[in-house]
Design a protein around this ligand. Sequence first.
Ligand code: NAP
Ligand code: HSE
Length: 429
Amino acid sequence: MNNTIQVGLLGLGTVGTGVVRLIEGHQEDLKSKIGANIHIKKILVKDINKDRSIEIDQDKFTENALDVIEDPDIDIVVEVMGGIEETKAYMIEALRRGKHIVTANKDLMALHGAEILHEANVNQSDVMYEASVAGGIPILRSISEGFSSDRITKMMGIINGTTNYILSKMSEEGADFEDVLHEAQQLGYAEADPTSDVGGFDAAYKIAILGTLGFHMTIAMEDVLVEGITNVSKEDIAYGKKLGYDIKLLAIAERKEDQVYLSVQPTMIKNTHPLASVGGVFNAIYVHGEAVGETMFYGPGAGELPTATSVVADVVSVAKNIKLNVNGRTSSMPYKEKKMMDEQDVMSKNFLLLHVQDKAGVLAKITEIFAACHVSIESVLQQPVEDHDFVELVMITHEASKSNFKQVLGQLEALDVVQQIRSMYRVEA
Ligand code: NAP
Ligand code: HSE
């Protein structure tokens, strides 16, 4: 039996460096868990002359991906280089050559996961991707194994650390989005190009992966409603606070019977909800199962060692499968037909901030629209605005269907006394 499992690394950046540190530093423990040594044989990088923060035998480096993928001795390819098309081609080729894959790449798994898992199935190989969602939190394993006896009805999470950092800072300091983003970029918390994070796409990739695993159907990116945080203002946050809510970028996947709905949106969440207390770059995922009820997972969503912990845990799983000769038999392929929920069935409370004329009968006209659209109002707050000819009207609705609430918005837009629909948020109580 093979007593050394050979690993080829694609990438030695933040995560790759952590992977090397853990594999090198935890050799004895890993050996006793797997019953074999783990050895890193080759490492693909862009620039072999770059200074590295760890000492690695220079012979291991290559700038040619084929040196890893085509090496017959390599059992597991650990993909921590990022990227989509080129990386996908490497993964497919590695699978065709009988290798197993561990990846941290959420973009790739959200966009091409179905094809990659199919290729793995055909080749009886393992593909594991725990680190692709919520870095150091073992959420994929929990969903596919821990909840295997239950039916998940809802997953709701803060799964992007950058936006949580920005929203937490805006809330703590009463600061503007642009200022906090700039500061976060200078501190290295936000990328130079923050589009994927602040636009909600990073969280959408992750919720598509969670939805696919949790609901056993292939969720594509176009199935997820995506709205980022660029329009969240300090005024909205202040209004939320006044009413007992925090604003968080929540990724939500919910299921009713066989139908699902997925979204990433800045959401007002009651400040007593456990997710509201998740601050800074931390991630948390709330999972509701029919049998288990409410559960929550909390931890670091990124970073060298937290993310490497998940990657190396996957390496251990694959290595154990190699030892037992059961690769390709443990992955959970989607087996249900995808059915998206009708907007009439998507229920939520809503927050609305309107700029309206300050004269007799305005409130009556507005509430008439809500009544006609069967949307019940839970609370109303009206506030004058100094030196302006309008007042701010804040309304929170009871649970209403998305289609009914859209009708309200359409009719409010057409109402002469409404100057502007300033902002609106889904509300989670
Ligand atoms: P990174 O620091 O930018 O490192 C990327 C590594 O891949 C570098 O070593 C780079 O080589 C190499 N590389 C990139 N493109 C290459 C190419 N075309 N050919 C050869 N080598 C190439 O990235 P990272 O932050 O470690 O992230 C890696 C993956 O993990 C991404 O998919 C990311 O989404 C995911 N992830 C990251 C985190 C996190 O906390 N950073 C958390 C969860 C998931 P050089 O070193 O020579 O430049
Ligand atoms: N950009 C991600 C975040 C990190 O801010 O959470 C890794 O997924």
